[in-house]
Write a protein that binds this ligand. Structure first.
Ligand code: PLP
Length: 400
């Protein structure tokens, strides 16, 4: 039984007052709040487990190794992968960048990304463009759904196609299974950015059929500084090394290096063990609530938010138009800069994000805006919070 009031008690920060008003946290696409289990779990790690895993053989080091392996297993089970397919990185950004160094691209290869991407899934490819690689952008239609033509007719020598599962601006949820099938028919690799989708829905990476998938722990109740790059076993032996150093090798001679297998191959140096441990606890928490329950509840919140926003007279909405979309409301109020909207909401204790949301090409070229205000929900938000948000927006609108 999904009881949002009980769930909210698990998140100490949700009881806070901001500017003398009860906090309404609607900036979940930027980062989510953390349940007590995660916060206390990290303290537990440092008080009971802390040591450098894998390297040493003493009691604590073995405990730390166990904790680290356990976290990897939890991530793997969460997305229906194998533990050796899970590489711990800092965040989705690092995961995507890693792919840009790992895939052996050569001059004349093509990469297809899209207009819906966060900068982290644009900039690594623009860097490769400078090195003679052709980079193309899948376009969107008037509802911000991706046009499929480019995937049905991939450019010559396409080596990699990458797309976000859910846009952090329009909320569009892309049919990544379909894209993955089309990409594989052409023998190219497929990278999916799960940063905005994995906190909100059950992900089965085998069903998607991706070669790579990247996401961030901090957007799914976990701590900062830990993220995941999934790499399909099928392609483990075609990839270049990235960072080199401790624990990513089997044998080192000055004239010959034998590299370790994945995931260690991409985990050079001491990792964020505390972060992985915390992410494991976050996953336990999500499993306890249930991803299907989360999705169902958020569906109700989303409907309510998109229905009520229609009551505003001077608002323009840039999300929620696609065939499938998440609980992300991107909007502008006529006559106000999005930063002003965010500032006025903050005075009432309501936290949203404003600006380009690290998706400047989409916002400028497709939405023709100079930024948007964005309210993004999570399963600890409530209908009452949405109502309050709408009332405050109406008040703001009246004053413009
Ligand atoms: C779709 C998408 N991809 C990637 C990222 C990058 O996430 P991080 O900053 O945690 O690396 C974000 C962050 O907002 C995002 O929304």
């Amino acid at each position: 039984m999904f009881d949002v009031e009980e769930i909210r008690k698990d998140f100490p920060i949700l009881g806070k007052e901001i500017n003398g008003k009860k906090l309404i946290y609607f900036d979940n696409a930027a980062t989510t709040q953390k349940p007590r289990e995660v916060i206390e779990g990290i303290k537990f790690f440092y008080e009971n487990i802390n040591a450098n895993p894998i390297r040493s053989l003493h009691y604590l080091a073995e405990k730390a190794t166990e904790a680290y392996n356990e976290a990897r297993k939890k991530v793997a089970e969460f997305i229906n992968a194998s533990p050796e397919e899970i590489v711990f990185v800092r965040n989705a950004t690092e995961g995507i960048n890693l792919v840009s160094f790992a895939v052996p691209f050569k001059k004349g290869d093509s990469i297809v990304t899209s207009y819906l991407e966060h900068h982290s899934n644009i900039l690594p490819w623009l860097r490769l463009k400078e090195e003679g690689i052709n980079v193309e952008f899948a376009d969107v239609d008037e509802n911000y759904d991706l046009k499929m033509e480019i995937y049905e007719n991939l450019p010559e020598n396409t080596k990699l196609v990458t797309v976000t599962h859910e846009s952090n601006v329009s909320g569009t949820i892309n049919d990544v299974e379909k894209i993955s099938n089309l990409v594989h028919k052409k023998g190219a690799l497929f990278l999916v950015d799960l940063a905005q989708s994995i906190p909100h829905m059950k992900i089965d990476i085998k069903k998607i059929g991706a070669d790579f998938a990247a996401f961030s722990g901090h957007k799914m109740l976990g701590p900062f500084g830990i993220g995941v790059l999934y790499i399909n076993k099928r392609i483990h032996n075609i990839l270049n090394p990235f960072l080199e150093g401790g624990e990513m090798i089997k044998d080192v001679k000055l004239n010959r290096i034998e590299y370790a297998d994945l995931p260690y191959f991409y985990e050079a140096g001491t990792q964020n063990i505390e972060g992985a441990f915390g992410l494991g606890i976050a996953i336990d928490y999500l499993n306890k609530i249930g991803m299907n329950e989360i999705e169902n509840y958020e569906e109700k919140l989303k409907k309510h938010m998109f229905e009520r926003i229609k009551e505003l007279k001077k608002v323009k909405v840039f999300s929620g138009k696609s065939k499938k979309y998440g609980a992300i409301l991107s909007f502008n109020i006529e006559g106000l800069h999005p930063h002003d909207v965010a500032y006025l909401l903050d005075k009432e204790g309501i936290a949203i994000r404003s600006g380009f949301h690290c998706a400047q090409p989409f916002i400028e070229d497709k939405l023709k805006q100079n930024g948007t205000a964005r309210a993004s929900l999570y399963f600890y938000n409530t209908i009452e919070e949405i109502d309050k948000f709408i009332e405050v927006l109406k008040e703001i609108e009246r004053k413009v």
